[in-house]
Design a protein around this ligand. Structure first.
Ligand code: B1M
Length: 216
């Protein structure tokens, strides 16, 4: 019997030590052992990528290694994704969200997880991608009749664009709730710009429902 903690450690180390085969194998092991895919991502893979980020910041790793680690994480998530979708009850038309990573920011792993979890929670999500111009949030929201918007930002240099998204939606007459998240966003920041903060993909689902009066 393989214990959960050692599988989580294998997931973390696979990303941290840049070993794709080990990370992918650990993801398969996690599924076989009944570890929840959310746990495997949040307490395994994500810890690994954040450790890589810290080493990158201290200049102990090159950007090419950061890119490689992100690819490893994405490959391992592909293994977990079907179960991640299965593990949540499907309920349709809970809400329609336009979701993207703000202009200037190409980080999309976290945003993609948010999309997967929201879809699993019954939302119709229109993912407009990464590094998207603010105008795209508005045009997509109008086109799809979205009743909620989501903007992800991971960098201190692009977090300001979340405010631009809120302001531009309002200026276009779209008074829909806006959820923000990503490493550069905080609860305080969200309040300041008239948005709502969600710290992770799981709580994003509960928060989005709450914002649409469908919580509980
Ligand atoms: Co970059 N990067 N990166 N990077 N990268 C950070 C963000 C950084 C903090 C690393 C560091 O130096 N310590 C730093 C930013 C510093 C700052 O704030 N100023 C940084 C930098 C500097 C850069 C470049 C500029 C590096 C360079 O080229 N010199 C460059 C950016 C270029 C650009 O955007 N214009 C860059 C590039 C990259 C890669 C391409 C290599 C890769 C991204 C690959 C990809 O996304 N496809 C990458 C990665 C992997 C990271 C770190 C290491 C990890 C990010 C990640 O995927 N985390 C990151 C360090 C860190 O975050 N600590 C870093 C795992 C993911 C599951 O978590 O994204 O936080 P996260 O998402 C969570 C929650 O935040 C939340 O839910 C998710 C799931 O739980 N959430 C939401 C996210 N969005 C949400 C939206 C919501 C609600 C919740 O509502 C809408």
């Amino acid at each position: 019997m393989v214990d959960k903690q050692s599988i989580l450690a294998e997931l973390e180390n696979g990303v941290k030590t840049l070993q794709q085969d080990a990370a992918v194998e650990a993801a398969k092991k996690a599924l076989a052992a009944g570890v929840s895919p959310v746990d495997a991502i949040e307490n395994g893979l994500a810890r690994g990528i954040r450790a890589v980020g810290e080493r990158f910041e201290k200049k102990e790793m090159f950007v090419v290694e950061l890119i490689y680690a992100a690819n490893i994480m994405e490959e391992a998530i592909k293994v977990l994704e079907p179960e991640l979708k299965r593990s949540k009850e499907k309920r349709h038309a809970v809400g329609i969200m336009v979701l993207g990573t703000v202009a200037g920011d190409i980080h999309d792993i976290g945003k993609n997880l948010v999309r997967i979890m929201l879809e699993a929670g019954g939302f119709e999500v229109h993912d407009i991608g990464k590094d998207v111009p603010t105008a795209s949030f508005i045009s997509k929201a109008k086109e799809t009749g979205a009743n909620i918007a989501g903007a992800s930002s991971l960098m201190t240099t692009t977090v300001e664009v979340q405010k631009e998204v809120v302001d531009t939606l309002r200026a276009a007459g779209l008074d829909i709730p806006v959820m923000v998240g990503g490493a550069a966003a905080t609860d305080e920041w969200a309040k300041e710009i008239g948005a709502t903060y969600a710290s992770d993909a799981n709580s994003a689902v509960g928060m989005a429902k709450l914002l649409l009066g469908k919580g509980g």
